[in-house]
Design a binder for this molecule. Structure first.
Ligand code: HEM
Length: 367
């Protein structure tokens, strides 16, 4: 599902959601919008459409997206809290901090949505092509040594929704906030967009490989604001020694990329947002360089890098190209971070869109 060939086939789906968001922002031109929330709803609809062929908003519009964002925030916040049972597993049944009890509510809500989607898919024609249909077929064929159960399918879908949505939308939110706060960076980004796309045209995903400066912006944003600051917990299958430290088999290992990406012995002026450092640099997302690996490394590296690259670049390019952004009041945006398993902006990105393209028709869903 996440290969480049499949992503190419599903471009129209991403395009539709991006154009829908542009339409929404255009409809709210001149008034403050919660841009992070809009980015979340857009990514959420792309991911859920890919997984099971329909969006979460159904007929209810943005409220469902906002509610879903809230449930997912609660889920990832509890997931990232230190749990004493991880250090003393014998205490786990006592749930001393009440984390399992608290987690039950968001899990029930998320599984409720997934159950609903599975029920709908079981009723439709088997020929339709989405990830859920593929998993349901695999479950029915049942010819593997480790059969796929409905619980596996639900867990896999939840993993993809959580892994793909909050990460991508928070990356986009941090990136846009940094660019809006840095007029020099904004100027260079707009110059690139206007040269490649022009003001009487709209951004397409096929443009993104012609945006070296926007690519550098994305890399710099993921350096300064690692959205999974401790990656996901790892656990070695064998005892090993790393950098002189003994790591026992089965222990919980967190890799602090947030600190590595701000290490002054590696990065010059590490707290400065400076995309230029990535221009003409060999740094990429492959995870082979242990001074920069926002998508992790090795066998458990992010499965969605190709999709994340497309979605983040296509979204920031479209949002910056289509609108000028006015900050409320005279002050700069507050970019303080809220730490958790997923890193977020402490205060939501609320800004005012002002159309900058030559023709209002370019803001319609299908220009
Ligand atoms: C900017 C966006 C994203 C970032 C920064 C990101 C980052 C990461 C990181 C750091 C990991 C853990 C790697 C490790 O521990 O070594 C991960 C895992 C994962 N990501 Fe992403 N991700 C993003 C978007 C996506 C998208 C769009 C999808 C799919 C729709 C996705 C699916 C996954 C999956 C399935 C895993 C688990 C892989 C495994 O354990 O085998 N991610 N991601």
């Amino acid at each position: 599902m996440l290969s480049n060939a499949n992503l190419d086939k599903m471009y129209m789906l991403r395009r539709r959601e991006v154009r829908k968001t542009v339409g929404y922002l255009y409809g709210n031109a001149g008034t403050p919008v919660n841009l992070g929330e809009q980015m979340f709803v857009m990514i959420m609809n792309v991911v859920t459409n890919m997984l099971w062929g329909s969006s979460v908003e159904g007929g209810a519009g943005e409220n469902v997206g906002a509610e879903f964002k809230q449930v997912m925030s609660e889920f990832t916040e509890i997931l990232g809290l230190p749990n004493i049972s991880d250090f003393f597993p014998v205490l786990a049944p006592l749930d001393l901090q009440g984390l399992c009890k608290r987690m039950a509510k968001p899990v029930e809500k998320l599984y409720g949505i997934i159950d609903n989607m599975i029920d709908q898919q079981l009723k439709v024609e088997k020929e339709s092509e989405n990830f859920l249909q593929f998993l349901l077929q695999l479950k029915d064929e049942n010819d593997s040594k480790t059969p796929l159960t409905m619980d596996h399918i639900k867990a896999l879908l939840l993993d993809m929704v959580v892994g793909g949505t909050d990460t991508s939308s928070n990356s986009i939110e941090f990136t846009l906030a940094e660019v809006i706060n840095n007029p020099e960076v904004m100027k260079k980004a707009l110059k690139e967009l206007d040269e490649v796309v022009g003001k009487d045209n709209i951004v397409e995903e096929s443009h993104i490989h012609k945006f070296p400066y926007l690519q550098a912006i994305m890399k710099e944003s993921l350096r300064l604001h690692s959205v999974l600051p401790l990656l996901v917990p790892h656990s070695p299958g064998e005892a090993c020694i790393v950098g002189g430290y003994a790591i026992p088999k089965g222990c919980r290992v967190f890799i602090n990329t947030w600190a590595i990406h701000r290490d002054p012995s590696i990065w010059e002026n590490p707290l400065e947002f400076n995309p230029d450092r990535f221009l003409n640099s060999q740094c990429d997302f492959s995870g082979n360089d242990f001074s920069y690996f926002p998508f992790g490394s090795g066998r458990r590296i992010c499965a969605g890098i190709a999709m994340a690259e497309r979605m983040v670049l296509y979204s920031i390019a479209t949002v910056l190209h289509s609108f000028d952004w006015k900050v409320l009041g005279d002050e700069k945006l507050d970019l303080s971070e809220k730490f958790g398993i997923v890193l977020k902006l402490k205060n939501p990105l609320v800004v005012v869109p002002l159309p900058r393209l030559s023709n209002p028709a370019l803001y319609r869903l299908e220009p």
